[in-house]
Design a binder for this molecule. Sequence first.
Ligand code: NDP
Length: 402
Amino acid sequence: MDAPVPFSRRVAVLGATGSIGSSALDVIARHSDQLRATVLAAGSNVPALVALCRSHRPDHAVIADPARYAELRDALADAGLSAIQAHAGEAALDALVAGQACDTVVAAIVGAAGLSSTLAAARAGKRLLLANKESLVLAGALVIAAAQASGADIVPIDSEHNAIFQCLGSRQAGAQVRRIILTASGGPFRGRSRASLETVTVAQAVAHPKWSMGPKISVDSATLMNKGLELIEAAHLFDVGRERLDVLVHPQSLVHSLVDFIDGSTLAQLGLPDMRTALSVGLGWPQRLESGVGGLDLLAHGRLDFEAPDMEAFPCLRLAWEALAAGGAAPAVLNAANESAVSAFLQGRIGFLAIPALVEDALAAHAHAPAETLEALLAADGLARRFSQDWIHRTTGHAVSA
Ligand code: NDP
């Protein structure tokens, strides 16, 4: 490897109060000579955002909920942090992401709410550390085209896509790649029958056996929708069709993904399940940075197992394969219906098996909506969310906010 070259990056951490945000800030703090968090953004949790401002001293703090602007400004002043500029709302965040405040963006807002800032970073030519998979599922072709036009470097942060990026040395799969194999832990319900999942609780669904993550992605991992979203994400990131994508369940979560080449070589990336590795790759690439994650002791772990995913027990994975094949608005509808269903499940309004049932009905109703432009995709997203609210209302007799 070449000798390290000095570099410095000013980093906007979007979703700073979340699981990925906290891992990113941990890595940034380890490299204060090269990395500085200049923008911290959160959704609505002002106390958590101000606590992060106290430790990381950014130039800007942004709260997405405009109604909380005064609360943020006053809390920063009370904490003696008036030098940090307070902002609120999506437009303010997009402007900061696109402007001079940062050269690198960690896109770690959860859900389709992350699309606008992800697109702003891609259009502005920033180094984009992309954790927000939902923005690629909703509008992947537009995000990738924007990055290509501006010269933005996208480094995938999802551990599987980061593994593939490391195996390829880039985002170009090209003709020399025979197959990309995404690994899946199988989630907390691996090995269970579909019928036995009828009564699982929220606490059981978010208790992931290997990864510590936010609630939405934890439920997605339990339904295997997470792997489905990742298939669509991989198709966009590496420009491969579904015929070159595959999924293998690997319960130890040590092999993060594999790439088969046409010469018979298979490369894999291994490591402990800790997102700081992927974030270090994104922050340092092409250099390697110390991340705080220890090395892998394969003797201590003993074995690596692989098995086929059970699409009968976990229909969300099949639905995502179908949405990828259908193209058009289908992935946007899949994503929006899933976000609504997971939110209702987390609120205790619908059962676990209602998640795939709702997504399947939403796809049947709206997968053929127009999808040529961003406006059309956002309209399909909106249609699917309204459909989902009605569906949940009919099923439970309660109105549910998406
Ligand atoms: P968390 O739920 O832990 O954090 C979500 C973050 O998004 C919080 O900072 C939250 O702010 C913020 N947020 C929520 N809604 C909005 C909004 N409308 N506008 C702006 N910010 C908002 O999620 P994770 O960190 O687990 O996941 C983040 C993303 O990264 C997801 O897309 C997920 O799929 C992806 N990812 C996560 C992995 C993980 O290990 N956690 C692994 C791979 C990908 P607030 O605290 O104020 O609500």
